[in-house]
Design a protein around this ligand. Sequence first.
Ligand code: HEC
Ligand code: HEC
Length: 230
Amino acid sequence: MRTILAGLAVAGLALCSAVASVAHAAEPSPELIAYGKTLVEAGDCAGCHTADPAKPFAGGKRIDTPFGAIYAPNLTPDRDTGIGAWLDSDFTRALRYGIAPDGSNYYPAFPYPYFTKMTKDDTLAIRAYLGTLAPVTSRNKPPELRWPFGYRGLIRVWNAVYFKPGLFEPDQSKSAAWNRGGYLVTGLGHCGACHTPKIISAPTGTRRRYPAMRSAAGSPRASMAPPAPG
Ligand code: HEC
Ligand code: HEC
């Protein structure tokens, strides 16, 4: 009896996931795509992923870090050089955990330490919008980082110390608008990436959030940005 019940439960699960994948395969609605576009704008994905304005999101833009340069990859739906062949779960894992489909780690120059606060549904809205772009064939350049930073295994050490994965936790004593703002500022908007000193050593630093930038010698990006008010 127990085995039959267990068997039924497994069959039920299989059925549920079959239904879920059919639902996923459906074309995203225009509303979802439009919402994804607003999120892509709020997250300024193009700011790093567009090198040539004639080829939006096709990557190749150089991002300088204190450890050398890294190039943002192609986010268009090209199957070979973009993300067209990715599963939705690959996309969510990259954004929320900084892990590539092959299991390797991304450098935190990609603001996944902030994007981790985003819901899975929001990541999929972003994916739906990116899926509507014209595919561009453009293979990304490899990073040009100083020894030993070219070794991606080191990112695991950095993650263990600094990366706190997890969704934004709403403060129930505050209004819905306050929480929506908090969700955007600490997550998708990654405001702290520029408005917090020393992005590399303490990117999501909780001790000193958005302070004045006078002492921010550690980060070229931070030293350009004034404190965000509030
Ligand atoms: C501050 C610059 C920056 C911003 C802003 C940024 N990214 Fe990136 N992103 C990067 C860099 C750099 C990498 C590559 C990291 C690496 O190679 O380790 C990357 C990698 C990625 C990848 C992995 C792609 C692949 O082919 O492996 C995805 C997906 C991605 N970004 C999506 C986004 C989305 C969506 C947004 C906006 C919500 C965004 N990024 C905003 C810099 C940025
Ligand atoms: C890629 C780096 C970067 C990110 C991310 C970023 N900012 Fe900024 N921000 C800057 C820079 C640089 C300036 C100064 C621009 C100027 O003076 O023209 C600035 C200026 C500002 C100002 C004007 C402050 C003043 O004193 O003049 C505000 C407000 C602000 N940012 C808020 C935000 C918010 C909110 C977010 C997140 C949604 C954010 N920023 C994300 C780099 C950034």
